[in-house]
Structures are given as C-alpha cells and as structure tokens.
Design a protein around this ligand. Structure first.
Ligand SMILES: [Zn+2]
Length: 312
C-alpha cells in the first residue's frame, strides 16, 4: 500500500512539473511575439541595429550602408572612420537616418552629397545637418521651390556651411578610399533628376557607382565624358525607373551587383519590370531595400560581402 501511495505521489509531481513546463513554453512564446511586434513598429529595429553594428569599423574594410528609407535614397559610406552620406530619404526618414548614424558612433561627416533637390533625397538632410558636424556639402547648382528644399538651405545657413558645387573629374579622399565626381557633366534645365551628383567610389580593386536619379540623357553624357566606368556595384538610378539604366550605361559599368532603393508598394510602382528584366538578363545580382531592408556591402579591397537586415 505504501508503495502504491509513493507511486501516486510521484505521478502527481510529474503532472505538476509537466504543467509548469507547458506554461513556461506558452509564456515565452507570447513574450517573443510581443518582442517581434515592437520590432516591426519602429523603422530601424533593435535587430537591425545590432546586426548593423556587427561589421567592425576597425577591420580596415570599406562599408557601404544602403539605408532603407522607404521610397527614397540614402547611403552611408565609411572608410577608416571617415564618412560620406549621400542623401537622407524624405522628411519622415531624417530622424531614422540620424539615429542609425548615432548608433554607429558618427559625430562628424566628412562629406554630405545632396544629389538633387527632390524630397525623397533631401527631405531628411536638414535633420542630419542640424545633428552632425559636416566638413563638406556637395550639391548641384539648382534649386526647387518646396518647403523641404528651403528647410535644407536653412539648415545649411544655420551651420554656416559653404556649398561645394560638383565639378566633374574632382577627386576626394575618404579614409583609405577615394571618390571622383562623374556627373552632372552638362546643364539639364528643369530636369532635376539629370542634375543629380554622381560619383565613382574606389577602394582597392573594388569600385562603386552611385548617381542619384539620373536619366538616360545624363547617362549618355557620362559615357561620352568619363574614361573608365567599370564598377563592381551600380546603385541603380531613379529607383529602377525605366527612364534610367540605358543598355549602353549598363554595359559601360558592367556591374556584378546592383542596388535598387525604393519603398514597398510605392505609388510609382518602382522598380519598372523593364529594368528588372535587363538586370536579370545581364546576370547581375540585385539587392532591393524594399525587399532586403538596409543593405550592407563590405569591401576588403578585393572581395565584397553582403548583409541584408530584413527578416524574410
Ligand atoms: Zn528619387
């Protein structure tokens, strides 16, 4: 009888333990769900920040962050503790770009390029300029009658920055890397996209081309003007619109990788199917901020490695 009672007691303990295990598992599952919810609510979530910090800035590599700013453009380039920021998305994304840069420990930007005065490129730049020390700001010699552009000029004036006009062929040093202005080659009247400041960035044997929103006309001028356009990475102009990325320009750059910066379900339906087909036909590996989130490219001077930050 004593033995039977002992068995019953053990059995009860087992059931109690089982219930505890099930409850613990259920509670931790709920907690994980909550964590995921809070992550998706904030633009640059904790996971992104941690992952983004993982490339070690002391590794003597070049780092390029194609920052997910929805429908717009923003790229941060770092070499040996020196920084170049190209655009900062629209007004709604200025704070996000600033908070990401702060997380990286940035206090000073060697260069800021405001490619052209459209809101999806310069909207967030006033917040950036108000926050960080800026050495050189490069902007094309064109204006735009919008509140966002006036805010950009106001921020530049508050900091008493002198605007540098892009002069094609001018070389700038960025840590152990260097970039050359390759566009605007000509004057483009009312077409602000074609006025975009474009660069060829070189680090060791690796090269990158980023040209804002230039269209086929400006691309043709670059081909006629520039020598070697060959690059490993091409930031596709104008969010993948079929007005840009001519066959000739794509052949001249002949990239292995391409980046399209655009927003999910954007009102322009960028990128255009024609552009995507063209890149696929050329066997180019494509990364997209609308699909991949913020994209990090790391170059050791010979090889490129890629990290994308969105959970798929
Ligand atoms: Zn744009």
């Amino acid at each position: 009888l004593r033995e039977i009672t002992g068995f019953k007691a053990k059995w009860h303990i087992f059931i109690v333990l089982l219930i505890i295990v099930i409850l613990t598992a259920a509670l931790s599952a709920i907690a994980t769900d909550k964590e995921n919810d809070s992550i998706s609510d904030t633009g640059f979530n904790q996971t992104e920040k941690i992952l983004a910090m993982s490339p070690n800035f002391q590794d003597n590599c070049l780092h390029i962050f194609f920052i997910d700013v929805g429908q717009g453009d923003s790229a941060l380039i770092e070499s040996s503790g020196h920084y170049l920021l190209i655009d900062a998305g629209d007004n709604d994304h200025g704070e996000k770009v600033v908070s990401l840069l702060k997380d990286f420990g940035v206090s000073r930007l060697d260069y800021v390029i405001a490619t052209h005065p459209h809101i999806d490129h310069i909207g967030g730049l006033d917040t950036v300029i108000d926050t960080f020390d800026i050495e050189t700001i490069i902007m094309p010699p064109v204006g735009h009658n919008t509140g966002s552009f006036r805010e950009l000029l106001d921020a530049i004036n508050r900091k008493e920055l002198e605007i540098t006009s892009p002069l094609v062929g001018t070389d700038y040093k960025l840590g152990a890397a260097a970039f050359t202005i390759i566009t605007p080659v000509s004057s483009y009247g009312e077409n602000l996209n074609n006025w975009s400041v474009g660069i060829k960035l070189i680090f060791g044997e690796t090269a990158f081309i980023l040209c804002g929103d230039i269209e086929k006309e400006a691309e043709a001028d670059i081909i006629a003007d520039s020598g070697d356009l060959a690059a490993d990475v091409l930031k596709i102009s104008h969010h993948g619109c079929n007005n840009s990325t001519s066959d000739e320009f794509l052949r001249a750059v002949d990239p292995t990788y391409a980046i399209i910066s655009c927003g999910a379900d954007n009102p322009y339906a960028y990128p255009d199917e024609e552009t995507l087909t063209k890149l696929a036909d050329a066997g180019i590996t494509l990364y997209r901020t609308d699909i991949d989130g913020t994209i990090i490219c790391t170059s050791n001077g010979s090889f490129l490695t890629w990290t994308t930050l969105k959970k798929k």
